[in-house]
Design a protein around this ligand. Structure first.
Ligand SMILES: Cc1cc2nc3c(=O)[nH]c(=O)nc-3n(C[C@H](O)[C@H](O)[C@H](O)COP(=O)(O)OP(=O)(O)OC[C@H]3O[C@@H](n4cnc5c(N)ncnc54)[C@H](O)[C@@H]3O)c2cc1C
Length: 514
């Protein structure tokens, strides 16, 4: 059983279905995932002057000492094969003559980012994988099935409890269960992530006692559209790869004051530069200027052009108001190179997992690639489980015996998002983190005492569960590294923190050597 139908879930399903019957469960429509919204592209070594060494080096350098070299090597060297496979399956990526068109993004030293329809790469990846999945006799897809908790039996994961659209619950048993539930962006008030990214997989894994790591590392994307009342649409980095500049309210470029790579510096540095710029100027946003491209901007970035036009902005002649937003959860369920978690029978791949690829930060366009490579590996491995399908199990129950205290789920979610944005956003410090962690624990004990009668309420509980893990990790890591910046510990401290932060229910947070 695969929980989640984004790039990692669907690629895993295709691999597993060569050996076993596979059920894919998604809590919304199959198309609704972060994958479907990915714009910039997929990084892979495909150009003549590029090399595996260079892609590996770029990944390691952005990951700031916490990447696992074997994971980086696996993803980089298997990447081109995964892209060629998508092409064989009918993936329509943009071309420059007969060759694939390759873009360059922040942190990459070569042009190596494959894209589709200008800036709709994720949608094309989804279309390609969905077509293939629909044709496969061994794969069934169940949409609008909300997985609430993992089922355990004899020290193994034996499936998951599911709530259907009509609110009826059932237990689904499986030889192997694969978490591909995506990210945690909805933990923060400002996020580029779709509504489904509420960290459910991480929360379920935590409740089941599975080892998690590096929860404090959350990547903030520097440029999301910032208009009051509008969704925080992502404006891909590829725009800056094509020469767009970030400007202050006087129309002056400023990022080069913070890093020699200027507008193409890694995301954490650009995000922090914007926050510091805004603190100095007292403004609420900075401006992204791609007017140097003129009308070509509409052709190269048709999705962004259409989206901005909805708000009355012509990207060929006008600057776009932007602000950083939570974008990618770097930490998650600890897995090996074949997706095995610490709990037998449970696998994980994609954004929910901590595979060792990203270290302390994620190189742009490496996550779709990770989903393709580790999704395939995990699917293949999960299908080789030979335990008989169990028929009984214990669920980690939601507590139907609890009194029916009403939970205003929307208000609860808003409060968690505001708490995390304030305390665990782009610039953190010990005082704020400590106080936010206490608050999160208090809210968690409240939500654990009420009956969860809707998926909104279940997501609210998952958000505060994961929020507490992010806060605890951020408090523990008394240094600054990658996406994690502590104003009270502004330097990287390899002597004490060149290690993963490991969290597991019932144990203290502690350092796990690489
Ligand atoms: C706007 C945006 C742009 C991006 N651009 C890029 C890019 O250009 N290149 C790049 O490499 N990366 C990009 N990323 C990151 C990348 O898209 C994601 O990291 C990646 O797609 C995650 O894939 P996934 O398979 O792990 O999860 P997702 O694609 O998020 O899929 C999660 C799945 O899990 C299901 N699910 C969740 N909870 C439950 C539950 N409780 N029960 C049942 N099902 C559940 C959801 O329904 C969904 O099907 C972008 C992200 C965003 C948000």
């Amino acid at each position: 059983m695969i929980l989640g139908g984004g790039v990692s879930g669907l690629r895993a399903a295709l691999a597993a279905a060569e050996h076993a019957r596979v059920l894919v469960v998604t809590k919304d429509a199959l198309r609704e995932s972060s994958t479907a919204y990915a714009q910039g592209g997929v990084a892979a070594v495909l150009g003549g002057d590029d090399s595996f060494e260079s892609h590996e080096q770029d990944t390691l350098s952005v990951g700031q000492g916490l990447c696992h070299e074997v994971a980086v090597h696996a993803v980089v060297t298997e990447g081109p094969e995964r892209i060629h496979e998508l092409l064989e399956w009918g993936g329509a990526f943009d071309r420059d003559g007969p060759a694939l068109a390759l873009a360059r993004e922040g942190g990459h030293s070569h042009r190596r980012v494959v894209h589709a329809h200008g800036d709709a790469t994720g949608a094309e990846v989804m279309t390609t994988l969905m077509r293939r999945v629909e044709q496969h006799a061994n794969i069934s897809v169940r949409e609008y099935g909300f997985a609430t908790d993992l089922l355990l039996g004899d020290g193994r994961c034996v499936g998951a409890r599911m709530v259907a659209a009509d609110n009826s619950a059932c237990d689904i048993h499986a030889r192997a269960t694969l978490l591909c539930t995506g990210g945690i962006g909805q933990l923060f008030r400002e996020t580029t992530n779709p509504a489904v990214a509420t960290g459910d997989g991480i929360a379920m894994a935590w409740r089941a006692g599975v080892a998690l790591a590096d929860m404090e590392f959350v990547q903030f994307h520097p440029t999301s559209l910032y208009i009051a009342g509008a969704a925080r649409h992502l404006i891909t980095e590829a725009v800056r790869g094509e020469g767009a500049r970030l400007l202050d309210s006087n129309g002056e470029p400023f990022v080069a004051r913070y890093h020699p790579a200027g507008d193409l510096a890694p995301r954490d540095i650009v995000s922090r530069a914007i926050v510091e710029q805004l603190a100095q100027s007292g403004e609420s946003c900075v401006w992204l200027d791609l007017t140097h491209m003129g009308a070509r901007a509409h052709e190269r970035f048709p999705g962004i052009s259409r989206m901005c036009a909805l708000y009355g902005i012509d990207i060929a002649t006008q600057r776009i108001p932007v602000h950083p937003a939570a974008h990618y959860g770097v930490g998650g369920v600890v897995v090996d190179l074949d997706g095995r978690s610490s709990l037998p029978g449970l696998y994980a791949a994609g954004e929910v997992a901590m595979s060792g690829l990203h270290g302390a930060n994620r190189l742009a366009s490496n996550s779709l690639l990770e989903g393709l490579v580790f999704g395939r590996r995990a699917g293949e491995q999960a299908a080789s489980e030979s335990c008989p399908v169990p028929t009984c199990s214990e669920a980690l129950v939601e507590g139907s015996e609890l009194p029916a205290v009403a939970l205003h789920a929307r208000d609860f979610k808003n409060s968690v998002q505001a708490l995390l944005w304030r305390a665990a956003g782009i610039i953190r410090n010990g005082g704020r983190l400590r106080s936010a962690e206490r608050t999160a624990q208090q809210w968690l004990s409240f939500v654990n005492r009420v009956q969860l009668q809707s998926n909104d309420a279940r997501e609210a509980r998952n958000l505060v569960t994961v929020g507490a893990l992010v806060l605890r990790g951020a408090l523990w890591r008394e240094e600054s590294r990658g996406t994690h910046y502590r104003s009270d510990f502004p330097k990287r401290d390899d002597d004490h923190f060149r290690a993963h932060s490991l969290q597991q229910r019932g144990k203290d947070i502690h350092a796990q050597p690489l």
